[in-house]
Write a protein that binds this ligand. Structure first.
Ligand code: FMN
Length: 206
């Protein structure tokens, strides 16, 4: 079985999507051939070759403005027919992570991916919405605040290997929402100061 994981984050370091894709690939382990390809390859238009003969396509990407990052959207649009031809028997899965705590924020992006699969004539597997992407580097996946993420990826790896479909679902960290929000606010204030701005400028109206 061949599984192709597409990391749709444009970040070259500390990408939550890269961490999720690597953790999923490690969980699949030797049970199947699992290739992880990145946004740079998508930009070069090389991805359809990597997709060839895939039994599963797993798109892992960040939520941008309640939707799909523009480079990934363009790639999906422009490569639709190439993808459909290269991986004609594949089942499509999507793992979308976002900055807000709630994993349900990703529902619209998962719906877009479901529609992409339908338009490409591919089978939709299921989607996973991962909240609090800012925590993904806080611990090893499966430990501490990332215990829920570890369990969600264990389940997803088994479903992919069994070529199963299912309901979309969400995952949030084992961490208090209020504390996550307070830490995020502190991070924004620190970032503003670093860029020579005052906290109140974060609330300025254009
Ligand atoms: C341009 C942009 C738009 C974003 N839009 C949203 C959003 O609508 N909702 C949300 O919860 N997070 C949003 N985020 C936060 C990212 O989804 C979040 O930081 C994610 O964990 C980044 O994943 P990555 O490290 O794999 O790129 C946005 C981030 C950027 C840079």
């Amino acid at each position: 079985m061949k599984i192709t994981c597409i990391n749709g984050s444009p970040k070259t370091r500390r990408s939550a999507s890269a961490r999720i894709a690597d953790a999923l690939s490690a969980k699949i382990g030797g049970a199947a051939e699992c290739v992880v390809c990145g946004a740079a390859e998508l930009d070069r238009g090389e991805a359809p070759a990597a997709f060839r003969g895939s039994d599963a396509l797993v798109f892992v990407f960040p939520l941008y403005v309640d939707g799909i990052p523009s480079h990934l959207l363009r790639f999906l649009d422009e490569s639709l027919h190439d993808i459909a031809e290269a991986a004609s028997g594949a089942t499509v899965y999507a793992v979308v992570n976002n900055g807000f705590f709630e994993g349900r924020q990703n529902a619209v992006a998962l719906e877009i991916m479901r529609n992409f699969a339908a338009r490409a004539g591919l089978r939709w597997g299921l989607g996973l919405g991962v909240g609090a992407g800012g925590m993904i580097h806080a611990a090893p996946v499966g430990r501490g605040p990332l215990r829920n993420l570890g369990k969600a990826l264990d389940a997803l790896a088994s479903e992919i290997l069994a070529n199963q479909t299912g309901e979309d679902r969400v995952c949030e960290p084992n961490f208090p929402r209020a504390l996550y929000k307070a830490l995020a606010h502190a991070g924004w204030r620190k970032s503003a100061r670093k860029n020579g701005l005052k906290t109140k400028s974060l609330y300025a109206k254009p």
